[in-house]
Design a protein around this ligand. Structure first.
Ligand SMILES: Cc1ncc(COP(=O)(O)O)c(C=O)c1O
Length: 382
């Protein structure tokens, strides 16, 4: 049976990984500065992660949400301790889209309203309301287009005020650092005013931390760079280091009722074991300090590259903007230099989303390769 052909693929077949490297079937080594789309947080095949998953699956991999599962409580407590988000409650699911879907659903339950405000170039996933709140018409099917969503420009606070004061908006959903869209960030003033407007108009403020969360921004959550209190925080990607797990942190003002949300697989024993191992490693290896150190180091070197027009993002969620489309450059980096990088909706942006364990030697390897690849691209174009 052929695979449903929805992805343009690079001709590379990773079969194993270790730390910031992956290896193909011939044993060739690739430096992974893409982290499988910001997913690999503690590095490939981290021994503590492998051990925790192996031990859990040998005992009990799964049971439904109809029984006591102390691993969920342990995970919730650990997220609270590391994030500093006191008093929130945790609902567990399996992916980023599902996290946002539940966040939007909860906002609608809480407020009794149904319109969503989202932002230009935002990406929130591919399911029903999450994709409707995503600014990409190509991925919204007619069934999704039935949702009531208003897409506004980032930083246009007057527009946000106008929409929220109409009284029918259940939620404003935002990425504090845009991922797929290309690393744009609104101003602190904007985020703080949106937070205040949500509170004044009984709309839920949803922080989509699916990509920017779990330390990638240099704080546990990207919204913590600002003075805001989201009602709901969506998490996924780095949370499981590749194990499918997502969740939402829910402010206690939103009261839980039986049946409001639910899932078969979400919060299963194996997923919790993976999630706990990730948090333990982030803590023990002080990975958020490493993010800040490596980010500064990366940006310092990036500033010396003459072809570079702009450096975007924060922490280890960075974008290098050129004045040409980077598709060819990414191919040169993969095929000639064995380095994975990411693209964005902004075709001139090279995205850097490495495991949070990346070290200076890897950053140096990248820039040496980038300088060579930039020359190779010029030769190709000529
Ligand atoms: C900010 C953001 N939200 C949501 C999603 C959707 O996550 P998933 O692909 O796990 O459904 C993504 C995925 O790239 C994302 O970057």
């Amino acid at each position: 049976m052929p695979l449903f052909n929805v992805y343009p693929l690079y001709d590379v077949t990773p079969v194993s990984g270790k730390g910031v490297y992956v290896y193909d079937e011939k044993g060739s080594e690739y430096l992974d500065l893409y982290g499988g789309h910001a997913v690999i947080s503690i590095g490939h095949a981290h021994p503590k992660y492998v051990e925790a998953i192996t031990e859990q699956v040998s005992k009990l991999g799964f049971y439904s949400n109809a029984i006591q599962n102390p691993l969920q409580t342990e995970l919730a407590d650990k997220i609270e301790a590391l994030s500093g988000c006191k008093d929130y409650e945790l609902f567990l699911c399996n992916s980023g889209a599902e996290a946002n879907e539940n966040a939007l659903k909860l906002a609608s339950f809480k407020t009794g309203k149904s319109r969503v405000v989202a932002f230009k170039n935002g990406f929130h996933g591919r399911t029903s309301a999450a994709v409707a709140a995503t600014d990409n018409k190509n991925i919204i099917a007619p069934i999704n287009a039935q949702q009531k969503v208003t897409i506004l420009e980032l930083n246009d606070i007057d527009a946000v005020k106008t929409e929220l004061e109409k009284g029918d908006v259940c939620a404003v959903i935002v990425e504090f650092i845009q991922g797929v869209g290309g690393l744009d960030q609104a101003t602190a003033e904007f985020f703080e005013q949106v937070d205040a407007l949500c509170k004044a108009n009984n709309s839920m403020f949803i922080a989509d931390e699916v990509q920017s969360g779990y330390g990638r921004s240099g704080k546990f959550f990207a919204f913590q760079h600002y003075n805001v209190t989201p009602d709901i925080i969506s998490i996924a990607k780095g949370m499981g280091n590749g194990f499918p797990i997502g969740g939402i942190l829910i402010h206690p003002d939103i009261e839980a009722k039986f049946g409001m949300l639910g899932t078969t697989f979400g919060g299963n024993h194996l997923a919790c074991a993976a999630g706990l191992a990730v948090l333990n490693v982030i803590e023990e290896q002080k990975l958020i300090d490493n993010v800040n150190e490596m980010s500064d180091y990366f940006i310092k070197i990036a500033k010396t590259i003459p072809q570079l027009k702009n450096i975007k993002g924060r922490g280890l969620m960075l974008g290098l903007e050129f004045d040409f489309e980077v598709g060819e450059l990414r191919k040169k980096l993969i095929y000639n230099h064995h380095i994975f990088t990411g693209g964005a909706s902004n075709k001139k942006l090279l995205r850097i989303l490495p495991p949070l364990t990346v070290r200076k030697e890897h950053v140096n390897m990248f820039f040496e390769a980038l300088i060579e690849a930039l020359n190779e691209v010029e030769i190709t174009i000529a």
